[in-house]
Design a protein around this ligand. Structure first.
Ligand code: DON
Length: 590
């Protein structure tokens, strides 16, 4: 009997293998996901959550299974990441959420970026000699902007949420209160950052063991004060953070450490819904098929959406497909488009509430064409020869991204951050969460690069209650009014160019989401005049050919670029979740 049973299983699996083999070779099978590739997509029919941490993805997927929509799942995932991924998931930071409502094909940009406290001043980080004091700008209470995350999540819930608010916080509270198993990623990361994070006694107390040693993979980490803060937020909504005990703890910590954030700053903080920035992209050569994608992304105070669309407008006029994806000639085209975008970023981008950003000009088709016309297919330009465009009108490394799709086709692309890994490294005494050091995203001094090497000017100078410029690019792509992709990544200045590359991998090179994400990445940001690549991204001969074209190549410090999380709607309507292989990222579908 047992033997017969095994035989049946054997025959059945043989039959299934045959069927799936036959299926893979059928002409009408979508070529996007190929079984013979090394990439391992997660495919599910109803919903998908892709984040940088498995526990958080599971929290989001459970909310979807309970009948929650993509926005509910995104909120629950964001709070879970604040516990499971302390270096970037957060309560004390800020970010952007892009929401897609399938029924009406509408998109909304939720801006919950931090802003400068009322007491901030333009030159607050300059020392006696007029130089930027990096220690002050990066690792003190003064490096923190007024946090926006809790206000952002609450506004998202008020607008689009369908489950009870407290249900969305419950999983995070449980993970913080009862403890969670420390992952390999978290254990090794805490060890690597121990020296910096232990400098602050409160952070040392919360994130390291009593004996001062680091948590290792497999240990249990409990965060009880963080759980209490989350409970206050669960009970009182955003007021549980911006008023009452949590606010008192933040302000007390600020006052004891020369910080600037006051009760008034917290009380006045508002997340805002902005009009999305959008553009169209037609794969060159398919114009007859009207094969165009609608790209919807984050407007200022992020520079991401504008420059993504600007670069795609450029690429529509360049022969990328003919040149090839991994060839020196193909890479060269992308790099030249990046060079111009980042030059423009350095002068034209800032908080739109304070500065008149020339958005229409930068994303116009004409300007994209003009940039393409200026690109020599056989020769790299020097960045010193590429100046930011003059517009004849009045002048005006740890983040985390997750992508969610629900069974209705609604979607959320959310990128939020503390800026550096673990932000300022400072945790709020009694409240158990880290403070951002987002103030470094302002231009502390015109022309002096920030931590990401980005240069800014007037548009991005420090002003009270102003939002600092960002590169975060949560992006949603639709086709014929239906959801197609949800994409985004951390990576500071490299975020925009990563989204650019993954989008092109799918649209021009017919890759599935996992393959598109796992493919090697590179980056150019005008200054420094350097083509940054991942370690072993390209064979030696490609690098040599790039150098011959005039590019200077450098492997990026960590050897990796970003942690990309995306969802692709496959031709049969199923969802492909792509979680980056650069870490233990996870796609959970159902
Ligand atoms: O808003 C920005 O552009 C930066 N603060 C993002 C920082 C970041 O992505 C760090 N992660 N690797």
């Amino acid at each position: 009997m047992k033997y017969m049973h095994q035989t049946i299983i054997f025959i059945a699996s043989f039959f299934l293998a045959f069927v799936s083999l036959a299926d893979n070779t059928k002409a009408d099978t979508p070529p996007l996901v190929r079984y013979d590739s090394i990439h391992h997509p997660t495919i599910a029919p109803n919903g998908m959550v892709v984040s940088q941490n498995k526990l958080a993805s599971q929290v989001g997927a459970d909310i979807l299974k309970q009948g929650g929509n993509a926005i509910d799942a995104a909120i629950a995932t964001a709070f879970a990441l604040a516990v499971t991924l302390p270096r970037a998931g957060n309560l004390g930071g800020g970010g952007f959420m892009l929401v897609h409502i399938e029924e009406t094909d509408q998109q909304f940009a939720l801006d919950y970026r931090e802003l400068a406290p009322e007491l901030a001043t333009r030159d607050m980080y300059l020392d006696d000699k007029g130089d930027v004091d990096k220690q002050k700008a990066w690792f003190t209470h003064q490096s923190a902007g007024v946090p926006g995350t809790v206000a952002g999540m609450y506004l998202a819930w008020e607008k689009w949420g369908s489950l009870k608010w407290k249900n969305l916080l419950a999983p995070a509270i449980r993970l913080a209160d009862k403890g969670m198993v420390v992952s390999y990623d978290l254990g090794t990361n805490l060890q690597r950052r121990q020296e910096r994070l232990s400098k602050n006694p409160i952070t040392k107390h919360y994130l390291y063991k009593q004996d001062g040693t680091s948590y290792q993979a497999g240990d249990i980490l409990r965060q009880r004060d963080l759980a209490k803060t989350l409970k206050r937020i669960a009970r009182k909504g955003a007021k549980g953070f911006y008023q009452g005990k949590t606010a008192d703890l933040i302000v007390a910590d600020m006052q004891a450490n020369e910080g600037l954030i006051t009760h008034a700053d917290l009380n006045n903080y508002k997340a805002v819904i902005r009009e999305v920035v959008s553009g169209e992209f037609t794969v060159p050569g398919t114009e007859d098929l009207v094969d165009n994608y609608q790209i919807v992304s984050m407007p200022p105070p992020s520079s991401g959406g504008i420059h993504l669309i600007q670069m795609l407008n450029t690429l529509e006029h360049l022969p990328l497909k003919e040149q090839g994806r991994d060839t020196a000639e193909g890479i060269h085209l992308l790099v030249e488009a990046m060079r111009v975008a980042y030059a423009d970023r350095s002068v034209h981008l800032g908080d739109p509430d304070f500065y008149d950003v020339p958005l229409e000009f930068l994303i116009s088709e004409d300007y994209g064409k003009k940039i393409a016309d200026g690109i020599n297919l056989n020769q790299a330009r020097k960045s010193s020869d590429v100046a930011p465009v003059t517009i004849a009108k009045k002048e005006s490394p740890d983040t985390t991204h997750f992508s969610v799709v629900d069974k209705f086709g609604n979607a959320v692309a959310n990128t939020y951050t503390l800026n550096f890994s673990y932000g300022s490294g400072i945790m709020v005494k009694g409240a158990g969460f880290l403070l951002n050091n987002e103030m470094d995203d302002f231009s502390s001094k015109p022309g002096v690069p920030n931590m990401f090497g980005l240069i800014g000017a007037e548009a991005n100078k420090i002003e009270p209650e102003k939002r600092m410029l960002s590169s975060m690019t949560p992006t949603i792509v639709t086709k014929d009014g239906k959801l197609k992709m949800v994409i985004g990544t951390p990576g500071g200045s490299t975020i925009i160019t990563q989204v650019f590359q993954v989008f092109l991998n799918v649209t021009e090179f017919d890759m599935g989401m996992s393959e598109a994400i796992n493919a090697p990445r590179f980056h150019h940001q005008w200054r420094p005049d350097m083509l940054f690549t991942e370690k072993d991204a390209f064979p030696a001969e490609t690098n040599a050919a790039l150098e011959k074209l005039g590019h200077k190549i450098k492997v990026r410090g960590s050897g990796k670029i970003g942690r990309f999380e995306g969802v692709l709607v496959l031709p049969d309507g199923k969802l492909e979740g792509g979680a980056d292989i650069r870490g233990d990222d996870s796609a959970e579908g159902y």
